[in-house]
Design a protein around this ligand. Structure first.
Ligand code: ATP
Ligand code: MG
Length: 596
């Protein structure tokens, strides 16, 4: 494959696009790989498309290796299957919904569990047909609230989605394990660093799921790790629940005037000054902070809920949202407080919260952090302006409608499996695997006859790779100040041959080198532009990011060409002079070595 710069459809840009926040976005646009068509919607240009195809190829090979077969569904789908599983509503504003000319409802698919389930139901009816794994590489649509960072979070993006079908739980476990191993091979081959973390299943449903995160400070996911091997998305971290405490000897609760204590710190200071305890000073962790939020339910209703957490921790809205999925979470607004005059801002306490505490069916739902076990003693709001209640004992003086994992996770918190303190890091989700179980098969009636002729519901898994996101993740981790620096496996071409100067002999030698390499199966981009300065050509080669750059120029008079490694690794020696007669063999070997 031989591309020529003089005719290649590409324009490199010297300026960063105004809306680009991260290097991958900046460089993919500047190097002419993608162009923005609308917010979160991108056009692929020839070089970008080549990288995308290479990532897809790795994924196809690894899917084939575990026996998964490729199919292809439409992106435009009727509403009914998604209505049957509840996701037409559950997806909320993230779903692109549209109508045809007959006013029938359609959607642009955000993911395809329903369609795969129905396809298998259509064609298969016996346990003998299983296990089965199908996949597609397809464009997905999600009207993301915050499309960002170019391909990293698009509203249209390319996903590989695979689905497994098994007759029993052991089968699902085996299918899940196969996909998990395939994912490890895919990301290793692509040159993407990854961590496998326990995850929440969100709107997808199902019993168990793991995410493949690429660690990077620009990632939107926060994950935790312990030295003992625990790893989880922060949304999936569970709090070790302390043992209940005896409270027979605890003092009775008492309400006190606490003027001018708008913050937890000021409240704690006043408590220590005026109501000091004998055993130790009060700390923020002794206060119970009641945070008002509004849940948006899939059916469109809005529910005001109060979340109680120890006052030394914030409510993490992403954790809360994962815990209440498919509902979404918003900060409570003035209208919410107006509807609930019992909520006295700054002084909200359990007295007005929850069915049991209030004896009212229509009480605001009260969800508590798991640390608030029976016997714990709290300072919290007394539901009156300027007053707090002290020594309010959980289990004795108040209860909740339920517990919720909504408090922030902090570095140093204990891992739930006892494997040590947690450290926090950020990452980009590049893959996600789910043991779905029978949710979709149940909703859509996918059954097969088992060995005894009895109809049983099929159990499923679903396995996604963000293909276009992986392209961005690769750019994010493989670049330097001058531009992209692709790993050879996914580079749009292996070698970028640059001819400099005006000497026709140079262009002849470069042309010969390019065609020889091409004939040997090396992918070449040849910068044959006659009137472009060497400086511009070098800058373009660095920006485009082929892993090997060959410069045919002045050295030709002495019989040499320059071979550079575009490693993107600062300080790595990367230029050597090679006799022109050896150049094609030398470069071919170099490329084969990089691809190996
Ligand atoms: P996120 O948490 O990033 O929104 P998700 O958990 O909703 O992603 P899944 O439904 O698990 O995503 O989709 C499978 C894979 O598709 C993800 O692991 C990710 O790599 C990719 N993906 C999801 N949403 C996007 C998007 N908006 N743009 C690009 N890739 C995406
Ligand atoms: Mg996911």
């Amino acid at each position: 494959m031989l591309l020529r710069m003089s005719s290649l459809f590409v324009r490199t840009l010297r300026e960063d696009p105004a809306d680009a926040e991260v290097p991958s976005h900046r460089l993919l646009v500047r190097a002419g790989y993608i162009r923005r068509a609308a917010p979160g919607v991108y056009t692929w240009l020839p070089l970008g498309l080549r990288v995308l195809a290479k990532v897809e190829q790795v994924v196809r090979e690894e899917m084939a290796a575990i026996g998964a077969q490729e199919v292809h569904f439409p992106a435009l789908l009727p509403k009914e299957p998604y209505e049957a599983t509840g996701r037409w509503e559950e997806y909320g504003p993230n779903l692109f919904r549209l109508k045809d000319r007959k006013e029938a409802d359609y959607l642009l698919a955000p993911t395809h569990e329903e369609m795969f389930t129905l396809l298998v139901k259509d064609l298969y009816s016996s346990y003998k047909d299983l296990p089965l794994a199908l996949y597609q590489i397809q464009t997905k649509y999600r009207d993301e609230a915050r499309p960002r960072a170019g391909l990293l979070r698009g509203r249209e993006f390319v996903m590989k989605d695979a689905y497994s079908f098994d007759v029993d739980d052991a089968g699902l476990d085996a299918s899940y394990a196969l996909q998990r191993e395939a994912y490890q091979r895919i990301f290793t081959r692509l040159g993407l660093e990854f961590v496998v973390v326990a995850a929440t299943s969100g709107a997808m449903g199902g019993s168990r799921s793991e995410e493949f995160l690429m660690p990077t400070p620009i990632g939107e996911d926060t994950f935790v790790r312990s030295a003992g091997g625990y790893a989880a998305n922060v949304e999936a971290v569970t709090t070790p629940v302390p043992d209940p405490l005896p409270y027979e000897d605890a003092p009775a609760a008492h309400v006190e005037d606490t003027p001018d204590t708008p913050t937890i710190d000021s409240l704690v200071a006043l408590a220590n000054e005026r109501f000091s305890r004998v055993d130790r000073p009060w700390t923020a962790a002794d206060t119970l902070k009641n945070v008002v939020v509004a849940l948006g339910h899939p059916d469109g209703t809005r529910e005001v809920v109060v979340v109680g957490v120890p006052g030394d921790r914030e409510v993490d809205l992403k954790r809360l949202e994962a815990a209440v999925a498919p509902a979404t979470v918003e900060a409570a607004g003035d209208a919410d407080f107006a509807r609930h005059p019992e909520l006295v801002k700054g002084y909200i306490g359990p007295g007005v919260l929850g069915r049991e505490n209030t004896g009212r069916e229509d009480a605001v739902r009260y969800l508590l952090d798991p640390r608030v076990v029976p016997g714990t003693r709290w300072i919290t709001g007394a539901d009156v302006e300027g007053r707090h209640v002290f020594d309010l004992v959980a289990g004795r003086d108040f209860v909740a409608d339920g517990t919720v994992e909504a408090a922030e996770v902090r570095a140093g918190d204990p891992a739930p499996d006892g494997s040590g303190p947690l450290e926090l890091a950020r990452g980009i989700e590049i893959g996600h695997i789910f043991a779905l179980g029978r949710k979709y098969a149940d909703a859509l009636g996918l059954q097969v006859l088992n060995e005894n002729g009895k109809a049983v519901t099929v159990t499923m898994g679903s396995y996604g790779v963000g293909i276009s996101r992986a392209v961005a993740a690769l750019a994010e981790t493989h670049h330097d100040d001058a531009g992209l620096a692709w790993p050879a496996q996914v580079a749009p071409v292996h070698v970028h041959v640059v001819a400099t100067g005006k000497d026709p002999a140079v262009f002849e030698a470069a042309q010969t080198l390019a065609t020889t390499l091409d004939a040997r199966g090396v992918e070449v981009l040849y910068d044959d532009r006659p009137k472009v300065s060497p400086g511009v050509k070098f800058a373009d080669a660095d920006l485009l990011g082929a892993p090997v750059i060959v410069i045919v120029g002045r050295g030709l008079a002495e019989g040499v060409v320059e071979v550079r490694r575009r490693s993107g690794v600062p300080g790595q020696p990367d230029a050597e002079q090679v006799p022109v007669a050896d150049a094609s063999r030398h470069v071919e070997e170099l490329v084969r070595g990089l691809l190996a």
